[in-house]
Structure formats: C-alpha cells, structure tokens
Ligand binder design. Structure first.
Ligand SMILES: Cc1ncc(COP(=O)(O)O)c(C=O)c1O
Length: 387
C-alpha cells in the first residue's frame, strides 16, 4: 500500500542532510547517509491533516493542552506498547533535546553529573557540556551479537555523589539496542538505590524491531520522565514538536513554568500538534509498513557487507534505522576511509567517533531511504574498504 522505493528529491528544500552536507563533510554534492531523518514523505494521513489545516489559512496562536492531543499520545502508548500513562502527566516542548536539557538543568546543579551509555547521540554531549554539567560515560560492551551494559561500571558511576540523573536513550542511538525489561528493571533499581533521577529519551521507540518497554513500566518511583516525539517515526522534525511524560507533579509544574514564563513557549507549532494527532490516530498501518521496509534495508546491509568482509560480522540492530558498523576488525585507517568515501565515491557516511571515544573505528550509516540509495551507500563503503 505504501511504496518506499520511490526516491524523493530533497535537494533545494533547505534540507540539512542533503543541502548542507558540506558543513560536516567539507564538500558539496555528496550522497548523504548522515543525520537521522529519512528521505521518505511523511504518512498520507499526516499530509492530509496538514493540508486541511493550511487550507484554513489562519495560523494564530495555538494550544497543545487539550484532550485531542493528550488522547492521541496516550492512546498510542496504550495500543502499541500496552502502557497506560496518565494524560495529566503529559507536557509539550518544541524538541526532544530542548525538554531533556530543561529537565537536566532543573534536576541538577552546575558541575553535577549525568550518566549516559556510550557511544551516545552527539547532541547529548554538547547539551550536557553547554549546560555546565558533566557527562558520566558508561561504555557499552560489544559482544559478538550485540551490546551489553557494563553493570559494575554502571553502579560505580550511579553511586558517585555528583551523579544526579541518568539520561537513557531507549532504543539506543547509535547501537540500536532495545533494552529488555530485565535490563530496565535493573537500571531502575540501581538508580533508585542511589537517588539518581531518570530521563528516558525514547525518540526511536517506534522503530524497535524487538519489544520496546517504556520506562513507565519499570519505574521504581516517580523520579522520571519519558521524553519523545513522533518526529523520527513519521519523519516530521521540521514541524517541531515533542512531548514528555513527567511523573512527579512538582517537577511537571516546574517544567511548565520554565517553558511558559521563562522561555515564552506557551503556544506550540500548530502544524506539529496536528501532525502528531493525525499520525497517532491514523498512522499505525503506514508505520508498520515503514518499519518492515527499514528492517529489510538493514538486512540488506548485513548480508552484503558480511559477504564482502566476513570479519565485520555486522548484526542487524534491534531497533532504529541506523546501521552502526564496527570496522575495527579490519584495521582501517579511518581518515583514509573518509577521504576515499568522500573524494572517490561521493558519499557522506558518519564517522563513529562523532559519538565519542567508544565509537572509534565505527561508521554510522543511515538507511532511512529508498533501497536503491542504500545499495549505493553499501557499494561505496565496500569499494572504499577494498581500496
Ligand atoms: C536519541 C535522540 N534524541 C533526540 C534527537 C533529536 O530530537 P529533537 O530534534 O526533537 O531534539 C535525536 C535525533 O537524531 C536522537 O537520535
């Protein structure tokens, strides 16, 4: 019913990934497999709702704090993830990182620490540092098939005096780990034991190929927030719009006071709100179809890459449309690889060390695009590795 094979030309649309590839890669006109948005049009139901709203023509101040928005969001969590989360705990924010940053600032003092599994989405590092907090890195352990938490290290970090918050990425960017209930329960118990509050960034939740469990289902107390958006799943980050469930009432009030009074953000982007309502009420079928396509893209990457270089042993991730590929087994000079990818093959593929020390020797390939483009990216990677 939905055809994700049709390529859409994004050039000339002020598109960060395509039009501004030079900013990160120093060269124009590269085929990009970079920041995490997708080349696909958003779901037809979202496009229809946006067109309908724009046809009205009046774009005055708006609201998110109404039943239509809250029920769309909580209904989505209930139907897809079996999680019954109180609608009154829901708050809006312009972006996931905005909300996460505000909560960190409100829940910690300057100089205090935020525990993060690494490698990590690069904005985490920048945001924590820009807010004068310290990132306490807990490197994941690579296994033959996946990535494990280093529990001893996790507990050591959690018990440090300065550790006040764990910023969880669930599912995890860039490894694609979808945390199991037992892992989440164990993290929750350790965090509760040492008084560490939890902020769970669940923006990749809808792209989980294993069972995704929201933090609400394992929380040991009410010191937590789930921060997320439909922006990744329905490819609508340019509309702006994110939301959070903040369990503790006082923490929620504090967040809302900052949002509205300190930052003047009472009125949301109406297009973002409309898009979320349409996506969550009517977009399930489109999303299921998209997920199947993305997973098939990842399987293609694994089969093709491993056939060319068995030593890579790339495993299809449990979630996300990001292929996190470990090249350490090949002893590659990563600078030379990038030069070859850019100059000879004209592709932009993210360096793993963008995501911290533990990403050294990796690349991250965004497969949120038509298969024909993934084929070009993988061929370029194989070509550059062969050279
Ligand atoms: C884990 C994670 N959080 C947040 C974001 C960005 O969300 P936003 O643009 O809503 O701040 C991304 C985007 O790649 C991400 O991967």
């Amino acid at each position: 019913m939905f055809d994700f094979d049709i390529p859409v030309n994004r050039l000339g649309t002020y598109c960060t990934q395509w039009d501004y590839v030079e900013d990160r890669f120093g060269k124009k006109d590269l085929l990009p497999f970079t920041i995490s948005d997708m080349d696909f049009e958003t779901a037809p139901c979202v496009q229809d709702a946006l067109k309908h709203r724009l046809n009205h023509g009046v774009l005055g101040y708006s609201r998110w704090n109404h039943d239509d928005f809250k029920q769309a969001v909580t209904g989505w969590f209930l139907r897809r993830y079996g999680a019954e989360i109180a609608p009154e705990s829901l708050v809006y924010g312009p972006s996931v990182i905005y909300i996460v940053a505000q909560l960190i600032v409100q829940w910690t003092q300057p100089g205090e620490g935020v525990l993060v599994h690494t490698p990590a989405y690069d904005a985490f590092d920048n945001m924590i540092e820009a807010n004068d907090r310290e990132m306490l890195r807990c490197p994941l352990i690579k296994t033959a098939e996946s990535y494990d938490i280093d529990w001893a290290q996790f507990e050591l970090l959690a018990q440090r005096d300065e550790c006040k918050v764990m910023l969880l990425c669930s599912p995890h960017n860039p490894t694609g780990r979808v945390w199991t209930t037992s892992e989440l329960v164990r993290m929750a118990a350790i965090c509760q034991q040492y008084g560490v509050k939890v902020i769970s960034d669940d923006i990749h939740m809808d792209m989980a190929f294993e069972t995704y469990v929201p933090w609400s289902e394992v929380a040991a107390d009410d010191n937590w927030a789930i921060v997320t958006s439909g922006s990744k799943s329905f490819n609508i980050p340019a509309l702006t719009g994110a939301y959070a469930f903040i369990a503790n009432e006082a923490a929620r009030e504090q967040y809302l006071k900052q949002l509205k009074a300190a930052h003047g953000l009472s009125s949301p982007s109406i297009l973002g709100v409309i898009a979320h309502i349409a996506a969550y009420n009517q977009g399930a079928e489109w999303l299921d179809s998209l997920k199947a396509y993305l997973q098939a893209n990842l399987i293609y990457v694994a089969e093709t890459l491993n056939a060319a270089f068995p030593a890579i042993n790339y495993q299809v991730p449990q979630g996300t449309y990001l292929a996190w590929i470990d090249l350490n087994g090949l002893n590659v000079d990563m600078d030379a690889l990038q030069t070859c990818l850019i100059d000879d093959h004209h592709v932009a593929i993210m360096r793993g060390d963008t995501y911290g020390e533990s990403g050294k020797g990796y690349v991250r390939l965004n497969v949120g695009c038509a298969r024909s483009k993934v084929e070009q990216g993988v061929a370029a990677l194989i070509g550059a590795l062969s050279k």
